[in-house]
Design a protein around this ligand. Structure first.
Ligand code: FE2
Ligand code: FE2
Length: 378
């Protein structure tokens, strides 16, 4: 059995020292190269034999939207007022009631510091979305080259355009409406590098379409529900309609491919999924924000990790990943290896939630708005 240490560089998933020992040491870099060896695959079989992917491709062609013209960029955004409003809501507190702040750096904090934390947290979160979106852009360009099926190449090409749009929309929102950028979080960067260094085409899918995008879909959904800022709400609504298709693309493709894989090959995929899940959990600890707030990072994270209320929120981020892994057979192959790991991570409870193989039709908000606009104009 492969030990945790070999997969994630530590024995205990919650080893805070080890988590913090990973940090971005090159925050001023303007680019970052990842070396990889893979085959660019031509297929001479142009027959359309995968109707589910064909349907997805048709949907993608009609549900394109335009960052510059489909969103109202004249919407004023007052980040401080929004943070203040949010803070004053009784139901949204950074730390839950069970956490005693006496004797911690937070005991002396006034409203000013909590507002600053909310603002930095938002700058950080949107910055990580931006970097993750660029990861998706690069990964799907890779899939166009490496996947051996024509239907999948067609679909992946539409996703490249979607991801360019997502990078564009988050970069524009950060520049025009928020108050600062953060460099990529080291755990996210490690994960994207791992995905891109793997030469097997299905690993790009597993890492990006199932794990990173599954988490993004849940995170966007959560933010969409929480924010009262109309431009961000609308932007997320549109990004989510694209993301639901992307995750479906992963589920539909891997479902077919995994049927042919041996136990040993599936074990590789299970380990990869586990490693990705841990990296994403680590990234959500937002260590860079504590640093910028001038709070000892380890002290802050000990409180964060002890906070049961926050755990519930963090676990929700896995609500798309776990059912999709189950649908792909990843949870239960090899005597339930991944089931055990997800139990250890505390996220197995989502296994029977809806998977994303078909959900994209329900989440197509772009199509809904178009229909409504057409009906109003008729
Ligand atoms: Fe995206
Ligand atoms: Fe995506």
């Amino acid at each position: 059995m492969t030990a945790n240490n070999e997969l994630i560089g530590r024995d205990d998933i919650n080893d805070l020292e080890a988590i913090l020992s990973v940090s971005n040491t090159d925050v001023n870099a303007v680019d970052h190269g990842v070396s990889a060896t893979f085959d660019s695959v031509f297929t001479w079989d142009y027959e359309r034999t995968r109707p589910a992917l064909g349907k997805l491709y048709e949907k993608a062609k009609t549900s394109q939207w335009n960052v510059t013209t489909d969103l109202d960029w004249s919407t004023p955004v007052d980040q401080e007022a929004l943070a203040l409003n949010e803070m004053r809501r009784e139901d949204v507190k950074f730390f839950g009631d069970g956490i005693d702040l006496a004797g911690t750096p937070f005991a002396k904090w006034t409203e000013k510091e909590w507002v600053e934390l909310a603002i930095e947290g938002q700058n950080w979160t949107l910055s990580q979305f931006l970097h993750g979106e660029q990861g998706a852009l690069i990964c799907t360009a890779r899939i166009v080259e490496t996947v051996p099926w024509i239907d999948a190449k067609y679909y992946a090409a539409t996703q490249v355009v979607d991801e360019a749009r997502h990078v564009e929309v988050f970069a524009k929102y950060l520049d025009e409406k928020l108050s600062g950028h953060y460099p990529i979080n080291a755990h996210l960067e490690l994960l994207l590098d791992d995905i891109l260094m793997d030469s097997r085409w299905d690993m790009t899918y597993l890492g990006m379409q199932i794990m990173v995008e599954g988490l993004a879909l849940a995170a966007f959904g959560f933010m969409h529900q929480m924010t009262s800022e109309p431009l961000l709400k609308q932007l997320l609504r549109y990004v989510m309609s694209d993301e639901a298709r992307h995750v479906a693309f992963g589920v539909l493709s891997l479902q077919e491919y995994y049927k042919e894989l041996s136990d040993a090959e599936m074990k590789d995929r299970q380990e990869f999924a586990f490693e990705a899940a841990v990296r994403m959990r680590d990234r959500f600890l937002q260590q860079e924000v504590w640093d910028r707030m001038g709070v000892p990072v380890k002290d802050a994270l000990e409180l964060v990790m002890a906070d049961e209320g926050r755990k519930i929120f963090q676990n929700i981020l896995f609500s798309k990943i776990v059912p999709n892994c189950k649908k792909l057979g990843l949870l239960d192959r090899n005597q339930g290896w991944l089931r055990e790991r997800f139990t250890e991570l505390g996220v197995i409870e989502f296994e029977d939630w809806v998977d994303t193989g078909e959900e994209y039709t329900l989440l197509d908000e772009v199509a809904k708005d178009r229909e409504q606009a057409a009906a109003a104009g008729a």
